[in-house]
Design a binder for this molecule. Structure first.
Ligand code: NDP
Length: 308
């Protein structure tokens, strides 16, 4: 039977290991500081930002929100980032993506002081990742690595297939697996014979944003399957297609307005040796790794060596 890779368990372990480090920083100097910048109103982003600031408060990190209106210009946003770069009490700056169309996203991300780039999207952090030098790693893929490590899943010499090549998940994920000595294939929307590529995977990472797309015939029996996808089914027809004749899911749709499903079809997990559920797999780790990057940054900037 397939074993669940429990993201909440690993998240709790990560957060527990951060607590004494935050206490030491606070006692000896000051709490770590994280600034989260969200432009305009986007319901999904609002939930993410709220959860990030809440996680800070629970841990003793000084989290603050900056909420420019969506009429803000690139220049004004650069000015805000510059001010945060200069503040000694801020160790991490996070720009919640996506930014509105009229903002030059690349320019804004590149304006963050690389020593405060806790999201790992600055070109310097990307360069560090590619060259396997120390630096900030993008939170979601870094969380996946911690999950695999926690469960003692061997990576070296394995065939890993990453479906998705975004800058925030697919590409950094592929590099992290490569540096852990997997043989890595990156697939995307133009990949020919996706099922055949996926079936070669000892470790399959789904990061496509396509609900329940990867069915059992994409999965090698015994593979480790990590489902990064978070997709919302919003109609009874969509729910019935993925969860046929499941009154509980229909009730969930009625109650919450949507049902969350990953990129892997729920029935396909039975083929795996280990798999991440959605929700409760990769999701909880992203914020934990953001907290971890912020604490690392504070320790580095204050010259205090961490306890882990
Ligand atoms: P993007 O939309 O930026 O990238 C999706 C990638 O999947 C692209 O590279 C795209 O290929 C590829 N893709 C799309 N359709 C197919 C297809 N039919 N066959 C093969 N490849 C395909 O998404 P993100 O990387 O930002 O996110 C991916 C998923 O992960 C989403 O569901 C998102 O919600 C979730 N997510 C979850 C997080 C978490 O904390 N658990 C954090 C971040 C994201 P191409 O490049 O050719 O277009």
């Amino acid at each position: 039977m397939a074993t669940i890779l429990d993201g909440k368990l690993v998240r709790d372990a990560i957060l527990a290991s951060l607590k004494p480090r935050i206490e030491r920083l606070t006692a000896e100097r000051r709490p770590p500081g994280l600034a989260v910048v969200m432009v305009g109103s986007n319901p999904a982003s609002e939930i993410y930002v709220r959860n990030k600031v809440k996680a800070c408060a629970e841990l003793g990190i000084a989290g603050e929100k900056h909420l420019p209106l969506d009429t803000v210009t690139t220049e004004e946003l650069l000015f805000l980032v510059e001010a945060l770069n200069r503040r000694p009490d801020i160790d991490g700056i996070l720009i919640q993506l996506p930014l509105p169309e009229h903002i030059d996203q690349q320019q804004v991300l590149a304006s963050i002081d690389p020593s405060k780039d806790v999201d790992g999207f600055h070109p310097c952090s990307v360069g560090d990742l590619v060259a396997n030098r120390p630096g900030f790693r993008a939170c979601t893929p870094a969380g996946v690595m911690r999950l695999l490590e926690y469960y003692g899943i061997p990576i070296a010499g394995k065939d890993a297939v990453v479906v998705g090549r975004s800058d925030i998940v697919g590409k950094p994920m592929a590099f992290l697996l490569l540096h852990a000595h997997a043989t890595v294939t990156i697939c995307h929307s133009k990949t020919a014979n996706l099922a055949e590529q996926c079936r070669r995977a000892d470790i399959l990472i789904a990061a496509m944003g396509r609900p329940a797309f990867l069915t059992a015939d994409f999965i090698k029996p015994g593979a480790v399957v990590v489902d990064v996808g978070i997709n919302r089914l919003r109609t009874p027809e969509q729910v019935d297609r993925v969860f046929p004749g499941d009154p509980q899911r229909l009730a969930e749709l009625e109650e919450k307005g949507s049902v969350i499903v990953g990129d892997v079809h729920p029935e396909a997990f039975s083929q795996a040796s280990f798999y991440t559920p959605v929700p409760g797999g990769v999701g909880p780790l992203t914020i934990a790794m953001l907290m971890s990057n912020t604490v690392d940054s504070a320790e580095r900037r204050l010259g205090i060596r961490g306890s882990s």
